[in-house]
Design a protein around this ligand. Sequence first.
Ligand SMILES: [Fe+2]
Length: 252
Amino acid sequence: MPSTDRGERSVRPEAGFGAEATSDKRTDHAYLQSSAVSGPSDCVQYAVDLGGLRLVTADAVVPYEPHGALDPARLAHLDRLLAETAGSPTIVALHHPPFRTLLGPLDEIGLKVGADQLAALISRHQRIERVICGHFHRSIQARWAGTLAMCAPSTAHQLVLDLGVEAPAVFAMEPPGFLMHAWDEAGTVVSHQVAIGEFPDEKAAASAILAAAAGGSLSNIETTVAMTAKEATATFQSAGKAAKAFRSAGRS
Ligand SMILES: [Fe+2]
């Protein structure tokens, strides 16, 4: 999503809002390859000019395996794609996180083969603004290969945040989300994490109103502590009225 230096936003429908595909283990390569992309015959890697930003994909799929791998042929092809417009702001996308997340056993199903070689390759090229991935169903960032590596949250369920060595990889029904990357004509790239849904719900909103009424804001908690019992009672009563009258966004 490009933006101008005047603060205007122009959305390019052809950019697809992240609809460009990267492969995962269930990918039908024959289908994707029929979409006229280039690269070694056993994978799908391509570059797209998004208008001021280039998207280059790496295909780390190992059919029917949960982990990712980049062999020398795929790395060499990726190197050529990155060299085509060397120096242009570029985002590299692949499905499997190439960096260690410290999420217990999950790192065993990241980019298990070729991660060091990919890091060396990425660090050789200029203006790699991001390396983006998914697969782990959590928002995770790391400085990696001289750039910022980002794992997007899932648009469905998340995985439990547990840094224990033996932590089980189990679902967590945290709010879904996605990453939105925006850039301007100067090539500045910013990444926003976006939660999908309406938050907070009525109870949380009532709590926020209560805190705001008592202290002025959620971050002004000292004021609340300094209140007398009489003041607190009056504040709770008025906050209760406000909470009853509250309607969440989108509801009448
Ligand atoms: Fe995956």
